[in-house]
Ligand binder design. Structure first.
Ligand code: AMP
Length: 281
């Protein structure tokens, strides 16, 4: 596995691969790998000749009071893990190379960035859309792999690649969970023992929502309230949002007619976790 830090070297390498029509699959990440990340890398390697993993803790997607400086990092461990699943290139650019002095260009995906995480993290998706565009230009992928754990992010990137005619096939991969249901996240390491136990309420509540629909419930608001009630019953949980919306547009719905997304963002102590489920009917 080759480690590249220089943005120009990355782009030269990617353009040379493109010239030879060698398909590249990219998995963009912020590092501190777990099985969720590895699932994207394995699939990128399986479906392309070359798997490029990008590791960049992107400052423009963090708010002023968020955890940018404390975000967990371990380059040596991450390199070994990426190599173990067959990554060919690990691209780790320094922030000054991605956003040099005078940088002033951003990608803003409008409507789909507004609700849910867009509301609680203003500017977050502008940072995500901008860095993903830059990473696409630098790595020239045929396919790009993203996790459905960040469901709204997938929709923002889908809209962006469509609207800007970016020639990349997007592959959205299922949420990888711990044995007790907690969605894997680099931020799970922040949780105390008690918070870690309490956090299992999220996946339980979402699974119960699926059962509620299976039993015939069709009112989005009732389903949302049902999930909310279960989370409220956990004393360590502080709700940021609980939404039941159209899975495509992320707009509010009354009766479920199409696949519905139930998405939650909840704080346990200082740690904000997200999770979701798509319920087909
Ligand atoms: P991050 O490093 O948290 O920015 O995540 C990098 C990529 O891995 C994103 O596309 C995430 O959606 C994806 N990812 C993170 N956690 C999981 C998970 N538990 N299951 C599947 N994909 C994940």
């Amino acid at each position: 596995m080759k480690i590249i830090r220089d943005v120009h070297e990355m782009q030269r390498t990617a353009l040379a691969l493109r010239e030879k029509a060698i398909p590249v699959g990219v998995a963009p990440t912020m590092g501190y790998f777990h099985d969720g990340h590895l699932s994207l890398m394995r699939r990128a390697k399986h479906e392309n000749d070359i798997c490029v993993v990008t590791l960049f803790v992107n400052p423009t997607q963090f708010g002023k009071n968020e955890d940018l400086s404390k975000y967990p990092r371990n380059e040596a461990r991450d390199s070994a893990m990426a190599e173990s699943v067959g990554a060919d290139i690990l691209f780790m650019p320094p922030p000054e190379a991605m956003y040099p002095a005078g940088y002033q260009t951003f990608v803003d995906v409008e409507e789909v960035s507004l609700p849910m995480c867009g509301e609680s993290r203003p500017g977050h998706f502008r940072g995500v859309a901008t860095v993903v565009t830059k990473l696409f230009m630098l790595t020239q992928p045929r396919r790009a792999y993203f996790g459905l754990k960040d469901y709204q992010q997938c929709q923002v990137i889908r809209r962006m690649t469509g609207d800007l005619n970016i020639p990349v096939d997007l592959v959205f991969c299922p949420i990888v969970r711990e044995p007790d249901g907690l969605a894997m996240s680099s931020r799970n390491v922040y949780l105390t023992k008690e918070e870690r136990r309490a956090a299992t309420v999220l996946s339980r509540a979402l699974e119960n929502a699926r059962r509620f629909v299976e039993q015939g419930q069709r009112h989005a608001e009732k389903i949302r309230d049902f999930v909310k009630m279960q989370i409220l019953a956990e004393p360590l949980a502080v709700i940021d949002y609980v939404e039941a919306v159209d899975a495509q547009s992320l707009q509010p719905i009354g009766q479920i007619a199409h696949p519905m997304l139930v998405a939650v963002a909840v704080r346990f102590g200082k740690t904000r976790l997200i999770d979701n489920i798509v319920i087909e009917i």
